[in-house]
Design a protein around this ligand. Structure first.
Ligand SMILES: *Cc1c(COP(=O)(O)O)cnc(C)c1O
Length: 381
């Protein structure tokens, strides 16, 4: 039986060559030539004031949270339907987490729920662009500016995706990318912090470099570097940056290839959707997504469980994720849910992600589509 994995880490062919070059250069710690190339590429692509590579998407979020200068009692509004890292970053700073509901069509944070959750203690709104599809940034940026709140974008899944023709990750003060092996572009473990307000650049560089002004020293702006602030080590090694460079060189190709796979799933499953058996992802008109994910929604949890077992028996790995954070042990401890959970739990229980990766074979997509059709046809008899 042919096996179709859920994910294969992206590989373009030049990774080994660049890693050898990094070794030969005699410089394998952080902030060498490959890191510079990757940051410059991402600054040009996104238009962010500064892009700093980090050791993970999680660490990019932690850098952003630290730069928000959270004080005891400050509240951060975020979706409950997200990865633990989004919440951890702010909980580590001592913030109170205020989880809110999502819009069921995109699984993204609901602007109305954000506005309802704002109190005099609210300091930050942190949005998550789920599946590389942008949140409703027109409304959310308006809310943030009307209430004088900081805006952080967890754009871990949204590299190369736009909202109103502008890259996701460039709307708030900070955007956070992930280059984990499950993301569209990878370096094994890694990420990047996008800084969109130049006022934060110097402090960000210091926090990232163990609290020192070594970045300014390396640019010749100071003659020695000293301990300036509390910080940590968020620099990825050049070996990882070399891997990422091989991916960024193929930036458009990777995106187009994923979009083709996404569209093939969409077309193949359209009949089942029209027949009301499943639901397909919704891409709002303002959004140009990056095919980070292809998911379907089944009727309910029981149907999802049966379908994923059916697919597993055919060698196809489909997965789901995100037990809503507000109902998780740490979520109960560090936060609260504001308003009513109309969609978070219900929708998360029926979402099933299909295999999606760079270079996914179109015949394999057809096998997955046929298997899903077979499941629903059998069920009808
Ligand atoms: C992947 C991901 C992260 C974490 O990124 P890492 O690079 O794995 O640390 C954070 N938030 C979201 C929404 C993600 O998908």
């Amino acid at each position: 039986m042919k096996k179709i994995p859920f994910n294969i880490p992206p590989r373009t062919g030049n990774e080994e060559k660049y890693i050898h070059e990094a070794i030969a250069s005699g410089h394998i710690c952080g902030d060498g030539e490959f890191t510079r190339k990757c940051s410059a590429f991402l600054e040009k692509d996104t238009g962010a004031e500064r892009v700093l590579l980090a050791t993970s998407g999680t660490h990019a979020l932690e850098l952003a949270a630290h730069l928000c200068d959270i004080q005891p009692g400050d509240e951060v509004i975020l979706p409950s339907y997200t990865f633990s890292s989004t919440a951890n970053a702010f909980a580590l700073e001592g913030a109170t987490l205020v989880f809110v509901d999502i819009d069921p069509d995109t699984m993204n944070i609901s602007p109305e729920a954000i506005e309802r959750a704002i109190t005099s203690k609210t300091k930050v709104i942190c949005v998550v662009h789920y599946a590389g599809v942008g949140c409703d940034m027109n409304k959310i940026c308006d809310i943030a500016s009307r209430h004088g709140l900081l805006l952080v974008e967890d754009a871990a899944q949204a590299v190369c995706a736009d909202y109103d023709g502008k890259r996701l990750g460039t709307f708030g003060q900070f955007g956070c990318y992930s280059f984990h092996e499950t993301k569209n572009y990878s370096m094994g473990e890694g990420g990047a912090l996008l800084i969109n307000d130049p006022a934060y650049i110097e402090r960000a560089e210091i926090i990232r470099e163990k609290g020192t002004d070594r970045s300014r020293f390396l640019r010749g702006q100071v003659d020695k570097y000293t301990w300036r602030d509390i910080g940590s080590s968020y620099l990825p090694s050049e070996l990882n940056a070399a891997y990422l460079w091989a991916q960024l060189e193929m930036f458009r190709e990777i995106n187009e290839n994923r979009l083709e796979s996404w569209q093939r799933y969409y077309n193949g499953l359209a009949d089942l959707s029209l027949a009301g058996k499943i639901e397909l992802p919704v891409i709002p008109v303002n959004c140009s997504h990056n095919a980070h994910m292809f998911y379907i929604k089944t009727k309910d949890l029981a149907e999802r469980t049966a379908l994923s077992a059916f697919l597993r028996n055919k060698g196809i790995v489909a997965s789901f994720h995100y037990v809503p954070l507000h109902s998780a042990e740490a979520g109960l401890k560090y936060g609260r849910f504001d308003g009513e959970d109309l969609y978070t739990t219900r929708e998360s229980e029926r979402l099933l992600r299909l295999p999606m990766y760079y270079g996914l074979d179109s015949e394999d997509i057809d096998l997955v589509v046929n298997a899903i059709q077979e499941f629903y046809n059998d069920a009808a008899q």
